[in-house]
Design a protein around this ligand. Structure first.
Ligand code: ARG
Length: 459
């Protein structure tokens, strides 16, 4: 145990499987950069306290940059005893600048405040990157909606044809979910971006380190106000996992719609070859694997959230090793979300739509509500008009007509005397869509306004 940071009090060796079980380096080394920067700023704080000379600080900073370069170039050599990224970097610093100086960097610091700091820096940077990618995704949706504003399609409830809508309105609907995700993400970034550094193992810093100075140096917006909480709070991990879960949930519904729209039965859209795959047996197949993976991976991300919540439930105050289990689900979820945003952006930017198929799928029964509204405009209460319009649907079906628009004026008048010859004006999908011009509706003007406000959120 002489090669272990904490070996002093131990005499017996650890079980080799315990070493493996305990080690987080295989997955926490992706935080090497945050770890080195954290140590850089922390040692500057120690120097301000007179715990390091300027020469020692310079040597430490130079050593840290050597290590950073080794990681960047894939030349860092891991050694037995490097149980995590913090241990590995400190061990290497000692080899480069000598243990005499390197042995001072951890003064007043614990891996408990160190790992919480590294994680928060890493999560902040990753979420900022996701935020940029999400912005591009939203803009791709908005662009598409603007250029295809004229295309109509059926809107569905219960996956049954309901009312005509604009394809751009459908796009704007998901654009709205994703901009809410975008806003939520900014709020989470602000909560992630608080500094635990200078809290020690749990009780606080014994040399009065300037925590505000450390926070500023690391780009944090503030310091966490209680040292016990600072080392043990993983709410930022939970929030990130919840955000990821909710985002992937939206993605899964978006993907499901597109899968349905891409079937031969619907034929509304066609995926670009770049996002489809073939069958090893059936030569004719073109499968929407990209969309199915977007849908399927939402389950994996939710698994990360639920698994991690179970890991930290009921653990006692401050740091416990259970908390090392934050990393794999978090990193996996963040990577999954990143890739999913990129794939979804690619899919939506490259698919082609079949305007004819979309418009052929509109049927006159989808204007039954508009027929009811026609009588409302003549002063008939809606509950009554709903009934009358329903009767029109029934009669048209009984007569085997292709739609309610095929009823003669006489037939309409027989059902209700208040129908006039202007009833024919109801049977126009464009008119139906354009009537819905209140905020949030499917009329062109209303959809344009939605798209403007989506752009405003991400600009
Ligand atoms: N690898 C550990 C983790 O990720 C670092 C903190 C270790 N602290 C401790 N007291 N053992 O949580």
């Amino acid at each position: 145990s002489e090669n272990k940071l904490w070996g002093g009090r131990f005499t017996g060796a650890t079980d080799p499987l315990m070493d493996l079980y305990n080690a987080s380096l295989p997955y926490d080394k992706i935080m090497y950069d945050a770890d080195l920067t954290g140590t850089k700023v922390y040692t500057a704080g120690l120097q301000k306290l007179g715990l390091l000379t300027q020469e020692e600080l310079t040597a430490i900073h130079e050593g840290l940059e050597v290590i950073r370069k080794e990681w960047q170039e894939g030349k860092f050599v891991e050694k037995p005893g490097d149980e995590d990224i913090h241990t590995a970097n400190e061990r290497r610093l000692g080899e480069i600048i000598g243990k005499g100086i390197a042995g001072k960097v951890h003064t007043g610091r614990s891996r408990n405040d160190q790992v919480a700091t590294d994680m928060r820096i890493f999560v902040r940077e990753t979420l900022l990157d996701l935020s940029n990618k999400l912005q591009q995704f939203i803009l791709a949706i908005v662009n598409r909606a603007e250029s295809e504003i004229d295309v109509l399609m059926p809107g569905y409830t219960h996956l049954q044809r309901a009312q005509p809508i604009r394809w751009a309105h459908w796009l704007s609907s998901y654009g709205t979910y994703f901009t809410e995700d975008y806003k939520r993400l900014q709020e989470i970034i602000a909560r992630v971006n608080q500094s635990p550094l200078g809290s020690g193992a749990l009780a606080g810093h014994p040399y009065g380190i300037d925590r505000e100075f450390l926070a500023q140096g690391l780009g944090f917006q503030g310091v966490i106000g209680n040292s016990l909480t600072a080392v043990s709070d993983r709410d930022f991990v939970v929030e990130t996992l919840f955000w990821s879960t909710l985002f992937m949930n939206h993605i899964s519904r978006f993907a499901e719609d597109l899968i349905i729209y891409s079937t031969a039965e619907f034929g509304f859209i066609k995926l670009a070859d770049a996002y489809s795959t073939g069958s090893s047996l059936m030569p004719q197949k073109k499968n929407p694997d990209s969309l199915e993976l977007l849908r399927g991976k939402s389950g994996r991300v939710f698994g990360s959230l639920s698994g991690f919540l179970m890991s930290i439930k009921s653990i006692p105050s401050t740091y416990n090793k259970d908390m090392q289990e934050d990393k794999e689900p978090l990193f996996d979820a963040m990577t999954t979300v990143e890739h999913s945003i990129l794939i979804a952006t690619g899919v939506i930017s490259t698919l082609s739509i079949n305007k004819e198929k979309m418009e052929q799928a509109l049927t006159m029964d989808m204007l039954a509500t508009d027929l009811a509204d026609y009588l409302v405009r003549k002063g008939v209460p809606f509950r009554e008009t709903h009934h009358i319009s329903g009767e029109c649907v029934r009669v048209a079906e009984e007569q085997n007509l292709s739609g309610i628009d095929k009823l003669t004026l006489d037939q309409f008048k027989q059902i209700d005397a208040r129908f006039g010859d202007d009833v024919v004006d109801v049977f126009d999908f464009e008119v139906s869509v354009e009537r819905r011009d209140a905020i949030g509706g499917t009329a062109k003007s209303a959809v344009y306004k939605q798209l403007e406000s989506l752009k405003k959120v991400v600009s």
